[in-house]
Design a binder for this molecule. Structure first.
Ligand SMILES: Cc1cc2nc3c(=O)[nH]c(=O)nc-3n(C[C@H](O)[C@H](O)[C@H](O)COP(=O)(O)O)c2cc1C
Length: 245
């Protein structure tokens, strides 16, 4: 077992995988570790669907910006927020589940994220590499149909897992002083700290092994947030039964 701090600080997304096999037992171990994450009121709202079928993987990749790691990774998992199973439990206990509450959307989505990140740590601890795929939400309806998700279940993100065939640099994070505040939200020094970080990121972007570029964190955020991203998500979630009341 590696030192946990070392393991966490060595994380970098892996987008190129070797052909080396990941066993079904490994996948099960990873998912069991995922299940051990804290879960809001023990709702255990995560369902993980492993996709192996080549056609399904191809269609999911097409729906997700043609990211080749989806079809190339030995393991591809779709992490779903699941109120359906809770509905079954309520029914079995002769209760009527009230669905569509915003709080349910938050608690199930948080549950999925915590479980998935446990899976990531477990996988990385086994020497595997991972890449989350939020881009499945570019066309979540396609993914929903392929996976035959019942109502009250929605796909939050995908996760590629496999043996790394690349060794990218770790990506610098914001200065801890920016995100760890004392007692209240004091942002008087934030512009200065972001400017320092922009310089760090520009150096990183220019020197890193994969896709060098000239940019900063601020510029990347501006590019990302000056247009509406995935505006279809509101109606998609409503149709899935996450009405957000
Ligand atoms: C929820 C989520 C969705 C993501 N979606 C994608 C994706 O669709 N494609 C991709 O290549 N990376 C994706 N990533 C990876 C991020 O780009 C990456 O974690 C971030 O740039 C930090 O880099 P690092 O993981 O190498 O430290 C996603 C990460 C998260 C947490």
């Amino acid at each position: 077992m590696q030192d946990i701090h070392m393991l966490l600080r060595q994380h970098r997304s892996i987008r190129s995988f070797s052909n080396e096999h990941v066993t079904d037992d490994d996948v099960e171990d990873i998912v069991i570790s995922a299940q051990c994450a804290s879960t809001s009121s023990h709702i255990q709202a995560t369902t993980v669907i492993r996709v192996r079928d080549t056609d399904s993987l191809k269609q999911i990749a097409e729906a997700a910006n043609n990211q080749r790691q989806i079809t190339e990774a030995p393991v591809f998992l779709v992490w779903c927020a699941d109120m359906h199973r809770i509905g079954l439990a309520c029914e079995m206990a002769e209760g009527d589940m009230i669905s569509g509450m915003t709080e349910q959307f938050i608690s199930t989505t948080v549950d999925v994220a915590l479980a998935a990140q446990n899976a990531v740590i477990a996988a990385e601890g086994m020497g595997l590499g991972v890449c989350y795929i939020g881009a499945i939400r570019n066309n979540p309806q396609v993914v929903t149909e392929i996976l035959e998700l019942p109502k009250h279940v929605y796909p939050v993100f995908g996760l590629c897992i496999g043996h790394p065939a690349e060794d990218p640099e770790t990506k610098p994070r914001l200065p801890v002083k920016l995100i760890l505040k004392e007692e209240r939200y004091d942002d008087h020094n934030d512009r200065e700290l972001i400017a320092d970080y922009d310089e760090t990121m520009n150096n990183y972007y220019q020197k890193r092994t994969n896709t060098k570029k000239v940019s900063t964190w601020s510029k990347e955020m501006a590019r990302r947030y000056e247009s509406e991203r995935r505006p279809h998500m509101r109606d998609f979630l409503r149709n899935r039964g996450f009405e957000m009341r």
